[in-house]
Design a protein around this ligand. Sequence first.
Ligand code: ADP
Ligand code: MG
Length: 259
Amino acid sequence: MSQATEQLTARESRGATTPVIQAVNASREYELAGETVHAVRSVDLDVNTGEFITLVGRSGSGKTTLLNMLAGLDHPTQGQVLFEGTDMSSFSEKQFIQLRRHRIGVVFQSFALLPLLSAYENVELPMRIAGIGSSERSKRTNEVLDMVGLGRRAKHRPYELSGGEQQRISIARAVAMKPNVILADEPTGELDSVNAAEIFGLFRQMVSEGDMSIVATTHDRTLLDMADKIYTVHNGEIELSEVGENVDADAQFKRPNAE
Ligand code: ADP
Ligand code: MG
């Protein structure tokens, strides 16, 4: 086991109560043509194991900037983002690579598929890089492609697939790695309402069954009732708007003032 992995594993056993990812008073400013853009403002957010969190907000509200910081792809200009209690900006490049390879899966808004690889190969490649054996790789690849309903598109290259299908491939690629956390940026932006609901249902199921967390951004309010926590993002700030509707399956049928 590499030193970096060893350190991460040691942190893991330190106690289940530490949030897996934690933003602490995190802000991100951009300097653009002499002006300061406050993309994210003083955000406090805990991502606990076993939670499905959605960040909902309009375009330009700061969702992608926040998600990139939670993924350690970008760092706050003030405040911190911690992974299992450690400031992510203190990770060495090697540790960060381990983190991205084994612990955090990212679904990018732009899909980030490799154009010359088939759907199958796109899903398989990160597992190959992570050193997962060939029979396990092919088992998982087939499983996740079926899961997103694209088993029969395995040999297609991205340009032979619709935007929605490419999006589902990029989700399958993240899921196949079995990370502790999936951070998904508008993972249903290209999907029709039926497919979008299926993907959120899949996320719901993965979080409920496995020992994992998901943070997904969306601007589609119809998907929100599958999440454990819903934060509204507005002008770089977040506000907890609902908690745990999903915990109580009947909650949506209860009208607080109807009794
Ligand atoms: P969302 O994902 O909710 O659409 P973003 O996080 O992409 O929002 O953007 C939040 C704000 O930060 C926007 O005003 C956007 O124009 C600005 N922004 C994002 N990235 C950059 C950048 N690299 N340089 C300057 N401004 C940026
Ligand atoms: Mg965005």
